[in-house]
Design a protein around this ligand. Structure first.
Ligand code: DPP
Ligand code: ZN
Length: 877
């Protein structure tokens, strides 16, 4: 396949005005008839019209009502080309057949548990009919669906239902009309035996919107939280209260549908007024979903709903602009979740994700800029606009963006220009965030001059080379900074000498006396005057830019920040810097066969946080959680999974041993017999209790096993029950086996819960666990065709550093085999799995050659998909 480049973008030669689709859904095949009103862009122009298509059988083709002859068009496996279409507005009518039953890729129109559904993003509408499958083709759609009435009583598409009725032979039909123009990737169709939970939402201006969440009847009781989340998201997005950071965006139709399907490649899809969700992000009850699931549902529904404006009303010109909608919408859902829960804890989780997923990718063969397709880093870029412009400046930019571009398909530069123009802002080289790959490294050194009472911070930055980008320019890095005096409070300052000039530095409503420094050069210095004592700097408050920072802060400084910083994110971060340093030094001890000894100061730090009743319990839980193994490996010259795993387990167990009584007390004092509530107070309580139990689970101690068993049996919700299971899972033996069997027995009919059971076993660090995982492939509850199951079992296994990276190569061999098998079923899922190999060069030579052999084996497989080929070959390059 030919690689496509951003610079090659060309406007389409033909615009589509109206699209009339007719689906005749059948068991053997589905017939799709598509009638499109087309306008040539240039008057009198008659370049060929090239339509995309994949796996389609062309039945007939008419232009302006006349059937086309063979000389007038060409059709091959990827395109239908009209060699010389009319030079004025014309109508084309295409009839195709598609074979939905054979579609295991879960792209285009497919079947999930007997129901029809669609997934068209990114370029999958072409699996439904021939079309200009690109987002800058925006048209109005009318969709007629015909199907058997008893098998498919519910027939849904985008927009408003305008007509329905019965047909001969037990069939019925519906007609949906979407008044808004949209690109084809937002088209959706659902047909099946579904029932809905109904509610209404009245928008700020009085529009009464019917809300429906569709599932098979038996799952309806599990949609209450999703409905709550949807109403909260609608309210949040249209809100105008000045204290909250909100957007003032109202919903624009009278109906909003969500459908939950069990087989879905991704999390969810924002199709206009007919969102389709992976059931994992809709279904929840206290007994079958954890707090993390509840939060993920809130976030996912918030995300897809937010797309109605950022993505649907204003969409991407081409797929290089994905971040235009995804970066912005991830940012918006992060803000929504922050307002619904703890802002600090949400920020901590999001930054951890960035460190675990994005930074390693930035440093590997798959490194790419925010454009074309980085979601999480794209959200960080949007966040930087807000940091620089403040809440009201950012809002002005958003308003201008919608004023200029509503109903259009635009670019990241258009978004940038709206932010800039609405504020008259100088953003210098900010656009580089979209085009330069790699994680910038920011070095900070400080000097205090007691005589002159000046304090200086010197910044230097470097962006590492990435594939195709050997040389980099300095980036625009907003650094949120506070200077703490010895009392622990911020020293009130609002100006600094920057390159010899006095600059006033605004705080944009950040906590304390936070200043926003604009660091834009390879090296630069900021000097603060009238500083009475050597301050402790709190740098990058709230993680104001997605960079890796090294500073000359001492351990004493870090402990001071941990105890005093008014920016809670940086309090957590100070603890993380300390523990990362500690872990890396223990890793080096381990590699040199030195005995491992836990730093007592660290132990006391953990103890004092655990006992600090002034802190939010959810924050405590985050603060005493060690960074993940992937995060530590990412900081090493040569990643050593065994050493990192041993060190992390050592610290974990040491803390459990030394703080056993404190952890036991934490478990006991955080029990509750009240019914489950998903509110901050309760989920914070459960988070703290569960982390304490997780620590205790490492101890081979009968009393602890009893305690964990008690928690397992007494639990009234999955959050606590599963945490007890995780604790018990750590020690191999009969208790572990019994309780795993009991759990399966209890939940075997709920596939979402069974997936957790798969994942837990897949991630186990029990030596030789690959054999157990292989056995589970044959478990009656497992199914290679269901992405969630694959992600739980095979994906879960790849997340276990010791077993996946086992030096005998058994883990790599397993994944290699799985990728080849999966690719034949579902290339998207296979390509997600093969990504686990992409960082193979980070490991030692033995592991490198084992992983390389698997990548070569995969590339040699017959009929490999483009998706897997791209990742495997780029990884090897
Ligand atoms: N556009 C989809 C979403 O935002 C892709 N996962 O969730
Ligand atoms: Zn999205």
């Amino acid at each position: 396949p030919k690689e496509i480049f951003l610079k090659d973008y060309k406007q389409p030669d033909y615009f589509f005005d109206n699209v009339y689709l007719k689906f005749t859904l059948g068991e053997e095949k589905t017939i799709v008839s598509s009638k499109i009103v087309i306008s040539p862009r240039l008057e009198g122009g008659s370049s060929p019209l090239v339509l995309d298509g994949a796996d389609l059988k062309l039945i007939s083709l008419h232009v302006n009502g006349k059937e086309l002859k063979n000389d007038d068009f060409r059709v091959d496996s990827r395109h239908l080309t009209l060699t010389s279409p009319p030079s004025e507005k014309f109508t084309i009518e295409i009839i195709t057949e598609i074979y939905t039953q054979a579609n295991t890729s879960l792209e285009g129109l497919y079947k999930s548990s007997g129901n029809f559904c669609t997934q068209c993003e990114a370029q999958c509408f072409r699996k439904i009919t021939f079309y200009q499958d690109r987002p800058d083709i925006m048209a109005k759609y009318t969709c007629r669906i015909e199907a058997d009435k008893s098998l498919y009583p519910v027939l849904l598409s985008n927009g408003n239902l305008v007509e329905q009725g019965d047909l001969e032979g037990g069939k019925h039909y519906v007609i949906w009309e979407d008044p808004h123009v949209k690109p084809c990737y937002l088209f959706a169709l659902v047909a099946g035996q579904l029932e809905s939970r109904d509610d209404t939402f009245v928008t700020r201006s009085g529009r009464k919107v019917a809300l429906r969440i569709w599932t098979p009847a038996q799952d309806l009781p599990k949609t209450a939280h999703a409905m709550y989340s949807l109403k909260a998201a609608m309210k949040w997005d249209e809100d105008v209260r000045s204290l909250l950071f909100v957007f003032g965006l109202e919903y624009d139709l009278d109906l909003f549908n969500i459908v939950a399907v069990p087989d879905f490649n991704l999390g969810a899809m924002e199709n206009k007024s007919l969102n389709i969700f992976n059931s994992k992000f809709v279904l929840a009850s206290p007994e079958t979903a954890t707090d993390a699931d509840y939060a993920a549902i809130l976030g996912a529904i918030g995300h897809e709903y937010a797309h109605n404006w950022t993505g649907n009303r204003v969409t991407c010109r081409d797929w290089f602009q994905l971040s235009l909608k995804e970066g912005l919408t991830v940012f918006r859902d992060q803000e929504f979740s922050s307002d619904m829960g703890s802002r600090t804890v949400k920020r901590i989780s999001d930054v951890s994700k960035l460190r675990i997923y994005q930074f390693p990718q930035d440093a590997g063969p798959m490194a790419h800029p925010v454009r074309p397709h980085s979601y999480i880093k794209g959200a960080e870029v949007v966040r930087m606009y807000k940091t620089l412009l403040g809440t009201s400046g950012f809002r002005k930019g958003m308003d201008l963006y919608f004023k200029r571009h509503d109903g259009q398909a635009v670019t990241c530069e258009d978004f940038f220009a709206a932010m800039r123009d609405a504020n008259g802002a100088d953003f210098s080289n900010f656009l580089l965030w979209y085009s330069q790959a790699g994680t910038p490294r920011l070095k900070v050194t400080s000097t205090y001059n007691a005589e002159a009472k000046t304090y200086s911070l010197k910044f230097s930055q470097e962006v590492p080379a990435t594939p195709g980008q050997p040389v980099k320019e300095p980036m625009f890095i907003p650094v949120a900074l506070g200077l703490l005096g010895s009392t622990g409070n911020d020293i009130p300052i609002n100006s600094a000498y920057h390159d010899g000039k006095l600059e006033i530095i605004t705080s944009n409503g950040q906590p304390g006396h936070t200043m926003i420094l604009r660091v834009t050069k390879k090296e630069e210095e900021f000097v603060f005057n009238d500083i009475p004592e050597r301050p402790v700097p709190s740098i990058l408050r709230g993680y104001s830019a997605p960079v890796r920072m090294d500073s000359d802060l001492t351990d004493a400084d870090l402990y001071f920040l941990l105890a005093n910083d008014c920016d809670e994110f940086n309090r957590w971060e100070a603890g993380q810097v300390l523990v990362r340093k500690l872990m890396l030094s223990l890793v080096s001890d381990f590699q040199q066969n030195k005995p491992l000894v836990l730093n007592q100061k660290f132990l006391h730090g953990v103890k004092s946080i655990l006992g600090d009743s002034s802190l939010d319990k959810e924050f405590i839980a985050k603060a005493i959680t060690l960074p993940g193994e992937a995060e530590i490996m990412d900081m090493m010259e040569v990643a050593d999974p065994d050493a990192v795993h041993s060190v992390r387990s050592f610290i974990w167990k040491q803390l459990a041993t030394e703080l056993k009584q404190e952890f036991i007390n934490t478990v006991k004092s955080n029990r509750s017999s009240e019914p489950y509530e998903f509110d901050h107070q309760n989920l914070a309580r459960r988070a703290l209790k569960n982390i304490a139990l997780a620590y205790l689970g490492t101890l081979e101690d009968e009393a602890i096993t009893e305690l964990a068993l008690h928690e397992y049996r007494a639990a009234t919700n999955l959050t606590e029950q599963f945490a007890a299971l995780v604790a018990l899972d750590q020690i191999p033996g009969k208790t572990r086996d019994d309780v795993l069997a009991d759990f399966y027995d209890k939940w075997q009919h709920n596939f979402l819960v069974v997936n957790k059971w798969f994942a837990l076993q897949a991630m186990s660090d029990v030596p030789g666990n690959v054999e157990n995982v292989r056995k589970l492939l044959n478990h009656p509850a497992f199914d290679m065709r269901n992405p969630n199951k694959v992600y739980s079992l095979i994906g879960g296994f790849c997340g276990s550093p010791v077993n996946f990276h086992s030096k005998d190569g058994s883990g790599y061999k397993f994944l290699g085999e799985m990728v080849v098998q999966l690719d034949k079923i579902n290339p998207q899922v296979a390509s997600r799995m093969v990504s686990a190999f992409s960082r193979w060069k980070r490991y030692d030579e033995t592991r490198q050659s084992l992983a390389k052999a698997q990548l070569e084996m995969i590339l040699a497989a017959n009929g490999l998909s483009e998706n897997v080929f791209e990742i495997a070959s780029k990884s090897l390059a």
